[in-house]
Design a protein. Structure first.
Length: 322
């Protein structure tokens, strides 16, 4: 039995290596050109996250928002110009923060190995390291991404899954990026950390169908609690997405969703599909596979629409094209 398990592990690892190499990425891509790159990124991330653990959630979200628009090409990091409004300034991205972590990591890596390591790879590594630093899973990040030169706010609006999406819209959004229903169930669990402004869910409290009503799928006791925090029109108050453990990466999110206390319509939507509901129930009732599943889905997400080889560029500064 032990030999069979070892063989299975070996086969899985071999398949993983073949897959990422086939995509143009590989583990240790910078081993010869900048061997200390990943260590520098980890050290820089730790400098920020150990002082402010709440940064882990927006850094994870930034990677997600990058990959869902034009693929994982660092386009979310680019600043707007006089002639172009970039992804960063699209409404769904205006609450992103943590860009200073990416910039600091890039500056540190550039000092050691100028013009070698992409901003897209740095963002993928920072997201992984930040999650691992708050007791979340660690996953292998194959590298070799190159940076895109285009960033359009309209594409962010059209490609990012909305917190107001129903299950049909969510499944279509994830499917369009090569992610399946399990990935949707798993990556939604990223809401176990972080906060949201009231406007992300206030319609569920005050005007769900346009008649001044509440969302009947949300626990009414929870609605009462949220109304005390979020008054109509509130655009500044922040609410924990996973009350009580929003700084710790765990499976508690699924317990909250099961109790009809998921903050967003997209959280509640997981209970309206047999496959996603089954995953919620499984993770809510057993400290099971969530961390391992999350690691696997993050590796998969990190392959979306990547630029490799001679495509794109290696930016000198992450907020500007060369």
């Amino acid at each position: 039995m032990a030999i069979q398990k070892l063989l299975l592990v070996f086969v899985f690892q071999l398949m993983f290596v073949l897959f990422v190499n086939g995509q143009g990425l590989k583990l240790g891509f910078y081993q010869k050109t900048c061997p200390s790159a990943e260590a520098i990124v980890k050290q820089t991330t730790a400098h920020f996250v150990t002082r402010a653990p709440s940064l882990a959630a927006p850094l994870l979200r930034m990677h997600f928002h990058d990959c869902f628009v034009r693929g994982c090409d660092g386009s979310v990091l680019l600043n707007s110009t006089k002639n172009n409004q970039a992804e960063k300034d699209a409404f769904p991205n205006q609450s992103l923060r943590g860009f200073q972590v990416i910039d600091a990591a890039k500056t540190a890596v550039e000092k050691k190995c100028p013009g070698v390591v992409s901003c897209a790879d740095i963002l993928a590594l920072v997201a992984r390291d930040a999650v691992a630093m708050i007791k979340g899973p660690f996953w292998q990040v194959p590298t070799g991404r190159r940076d895109g030169r285009v960033s359009l706010s309209s594409e962010a609006l059209n490609n990012l899954p909305s917190p107001f999406f129903n299950i049909t819209q969510l499944k279509a959004s994830f499917s369009s990026k090569g992610l399946d229903v399990k990935d949707l169930s798993v990556l939604s669990g990223g809401h176990t950390i972080g906060t949201s402004h009231c406007f992300g869910f206030s319609n569920r409290l005050y005007n769900f169908t346009g008649k001044g009503d509440t969302d009947p799928t949300m626990d009414p006791n929870y609605i009462d609690q949220l109304k005390k925090k979020c008054k109509p029109g509130d655009v500044t108050t922040l609410v924990e997405m996973d009350p009580g453990s929003f700084r710790i990466f765990d499976s508690d999110y699924y317990n909250i969703v099961r109790k009809r206390r998921g903050l967003f319509q997209s959280d509640a939507a997981l209970l309206t599909d047999n496959e996603t509901k089954a995953y919620v129930q499984l993770q809510a009732t057993s400290q099971g596979s969530f961390l391992n599943d999350f690691a696997a889905s993050m590796v998969k997400m990190g392959q979306i629409g990547i630029l490799t080889g001679n495509s794109g560029e290696i930016r000198k500064k992450c907020a500007f094209i060369n």
